[in-house]
Ligand binder design. Structure first.
Ligand SMILES: *Cc1c(COP(=O)(O)O)cnc(C)c1O
Length: 232
């Protein structure tokens, strides 16, 4: 299958899963994850209808940015504070905020660029030591601090990555836990211009349909669209 065909296939499965779980196709965004793939391949996905592209490394995003047709870019991987300035005017959303230090830097750079950056807080549901993300129990404190200090940030919700190498059904409890946390967030009384929790980013190639059934609003799909990654 070509990239166009694979993209269309995933889009249809994404839409079917949304309808199956009582939502509209447009309520769930398909984010095409393009790490290790070149601008040509990304442009093929855009030609097939991709509106949102996810990269997990700043350098790759910056290298491809000018070679790719206009599209909404998302930063989904771990972000070092010294790299924030390189992407602040290029992305519409940062999915991987997990510290006040990073939030402060994003705020500073967004303010200087005259914009408000939409962010998600990355939840580490399995509490794996090697992974980024914060514990569920630390979420409210971090969000409250960001909202009170950072005028150039709007907190839009959560990103969750379940442990690797498990089956889609094994991932379901992690998705459900993230969904519960997300629903709890919606009850927090924080100013709307800085806090609008309406995005739940979860689900990848192997498990995006289960994630949608559990309430995902953005699925991040890479290898099912672009094939295996070519790490150099
Ligand atoms: C690579 C990556 C994805 C996509 O993974 P696939 O299994 O290839 O679909 C999703 N989210 C993040 C954070 C990633 O780094």
């Amino acid at each position: 299958m070509t990239i166009q065909e694979k993209f269309t296939d995933i889009l249809e499965r994404k839409n079917a899963a949304a309808i199956r779980s009582g939502r509209q196709p447009e309520d769930v965004t398909l984010l095409a994850v393009t790490k290790t793939h070149g601008a040509d391949e990304i442009n093929q996905a855009i030609a097939a209808g991709a509106t949102d592209i996810g990269e997990n490394r700043v350098q790759e995003l910056v290298e491809k940015y000018d070679k790719v047709s206009p599209v909404r870019w998302h930063l989904i991987g771990h972000l070092q504070t010294n790299k924030v300035k390189n992407i602040i005017d290029k992305v519409v959303m940062i999915h991987s905020v997990d510290s006040m230090k990073l939030a402060r830097e994003i705020n500073k750079r967004a303010e200087a660029a005259g914009l408000v950056m939409d962010i998600l807080i990355e939840i580490n549901s399995a509490m794996e030591e090697t992974k980024s993300g914060i514990a569920a129990g630390d979420l409210k404190e971090l969000v409250t601090e960001i909202v009170s200090e950072c005028a150039a940030i709007r907190v839009r919700g959560l990103m969750c990555i379940p442990p690797l190498a498990i089956t889609p059904e094994d991932a379901r409890p992690y998705f459900r836990e993230a969904r519960e946390l997300f629903e709890e967030m919606k009850t927090w009384d924080l100013p709307e211009e800085r806090f609008m929790p309406d995005v739940l980013s979860m689900g990848m190639s192997g498990d995006f349909e289960v994630a949608i059934e559990e309430g995902s609003t953005i699925v991040r799909v890479g290898s099912s669209i672009f094939g295996p990654r070519n790490y150099r």
